[in-house]
Design a protein around this ligand. Structure first.
Ligand code: HEM
Length: 453
């Protein structure tokens, strides 16, 4: 006997691959014959069961999220996979660290490629996580819709914490090769912390385990880099994904629901995700009116899984090819007595280094401490505003899930200015700063200066 479809079921049933005129895809052999089979493929698979069985179709558009969160996750996975073999080869001791990295680079089979995969993934992850934040901002995706129990604002806060973890993960890895680049980039970074009045020197000492960057600093950075920060980031990522699920998917779903709510359309029965949630009355609900509408939902298998696979495998492919073309730098061994000029922080902190330099000036006999103003106070304020932003932004809920919604033009314009400001300072710091932090055009030759000893 044919049974009536349960609410929220089939909206799209793919034709059987054996049907006339349907050709199986060469790279994708799984073609579910029914929604039931499609749902089973998700829930019975360990790797896939964290996806819902059905998703809101417009959320999958390539030009909505650009899959930047998924690409960040793929890069994190690559960092773990490429970091494991490095763990067997790298020796975290001041005497042997540089030599072990040199061996990885020149002696170990595929060592140079693995190191390049690790290094490129680290740099790209910082950039992609920043882009993901920018896309979430411009689509107002930290706003809640009509579903009960939604807390997208907390996912934003979690995201800010994950951005910091990503930056520190990259920064702690910077010191490990123990070459001049590493040593002086970390010196610049930790000196900024030392500029905090009263407690600065103590904070620096806590970070590097003494007055100078030496063995205690290396072992601290090493433990933070291989255990502490990846562990925290992994846990934060698990929570981040759980929240996306609990919030009923990407903010785009809620936009439709909110608009329908506003138009006072007859809402259907609420659809909940967990039985426990129903019992407690805390489960997030998505209005059936929007989600069950024909053509708005699709089966996660294959639609979501196939796109996620393209994003993840595409990231792997790009990094693999780039790593065979781009070698990782390894400068002279670290020498505390020879200061390179200019000594630059890693590129993602260069905008701060630029502010530090620009805010260091003397008025009369009084010197304004740029390291404290530009390196501590300003980033502190930016971080505070960024974290509290979902509560500061009063734009309407229906603005969520849309790029540059007209009701958010002030917010988006302000944020765009901030992004351009950071970008400009990063470009100046990376390409235009030369010896003694003077400005030079890229085609201008730098003067020969005696290295400071
Ligand atoms: C290691 C860093 C991060 C990873 C791996 C990550 C991963 C993800 C993934 C896979 C999604 C699903 C949608 C998508 O692909 O865009 C997502 C959504 C989201 N992320 Fe992240 N994320 C990270 C950092 C951040 C940051 C820095 C922020 C903002 C401060 C943020 C805020 C959000 C929010 C609010 C959502 C829900 C968006 C929506 O409902 O449309 N995430 N993240």
């Amino acid at each position: 006997m044919a049974t009536a479809p349960a609410p929220g079921t089939p909206t799209t049933t793919p034709p059987s691959p054996s049907a006339p005129g349907v050709h199986p895809r060469p790279f994708w052999s799984f073609q579910p014959k029914s929604d039931r089979e499609s749902g089973d493929a998700i829930v019975s698979n360990f790797a896939l069961h964290w996806f819902p069985a059905k998703v809101f179709k417009p959320s999958l558009d390539w030009n909505y999220s650009f899959w930047l969160g998924t690409i960040s996750a793929a890069l994190f996975l690559l960092l773990i996979v490429s970091g494991l073999p490095l763990l067997f080869l790298y020796v975290p001791s001041v005497e042997r660290a540089y030599g072990s990295v040199k061996d990885i680079e020149w002696v170990v089979t595929f060592g140079s490629w693995i190191r390049s995969v690790h290094r490129l993934s680290a740099h790209l992850m910082v950039a992609v996580v920043c882009l993901h934040l920018v896309r979430v901002f411009f689509t107002g995706a930290y706003k809640n819709g009509v579903g009960r129990g939604q807390h997208r604002e907390w996912n934003w806060v979690m995201g800010v914490a994950m951005l910091l973890l990503t930056l520190f993960l990259s920064f702690t890895g910077y010191l490990l090769p123990w070459d001049q680049l590493a040593y002086w980039a970390v010196t610049v970074g930790t000196n900024i912390a030392a500029s905090i009045p009263y407690v600065g020197p103590q904070i620096r000492e806590l970070l590097i385990g003494g007055r100078n960057i030496d063995q205690p600093a290396l072992i601290r950075f090493y433990v933070a880099h291989v255990i502490l920060l990846p562990g925290l980031l992994g846990a934060a990522f698990a929570y981040h994904m759980w929240r996306v699920r609990k919030d009923g998917g990407l903010a785009r779903v809620d936009r439709v629901a909110t608009l329908r709510e506003k138009a006072a359309e007859e809402p259907g029965a609420a659809k909940t995700y967990t039985l426990l949630g129903v019992a407690r009355g805390t489960a997030p609900t998505i209005r059936a009116a929007s989600l069950e509408a024909r053509d708005l939902t699709v089966n996660s298998m294959p639609d979501l899984v196939r796109r996620a696979a393209v994003a993840v495998l595409g990231t792997f492919a790009v990094i693999s090819v780039a790593a065979s073309l781009i070698r990782s730098p390894l400068e002279e061994p670290a020498n505390p007595l020879v200061t390179p000029n200019p000594a630059k922080a890693p590129w993602y902190f260069l905008w701060l280094q630029e502010i530090v330099t620009d805010t260091t000036f003397t008025v009369g006999g009084f010197t304004v401490n740029g390291a404290f103003l530009g390196g501590v106070i300003l980033p502190g304020i930016i971080l505070l505003v960024l974290t509290a932003w979902p509560w500061l932004d009063r734009s309407p809920a229906e603005a969520a899930g849309v790029w540059f919604h007209k009701t958010r033009s002030r917010q988006n314009f302000g944020f765009l200015l901030f992004v351009l400001f950071v970008l400009l300072l990063t470009i100046v710091g990376t390409f235009l700063r030369g010896p003694s932090w003077e400005l030079f055009w890229p085609w201008e030759a730098w003067p020969e200066l005696p290295t400071r000893i």
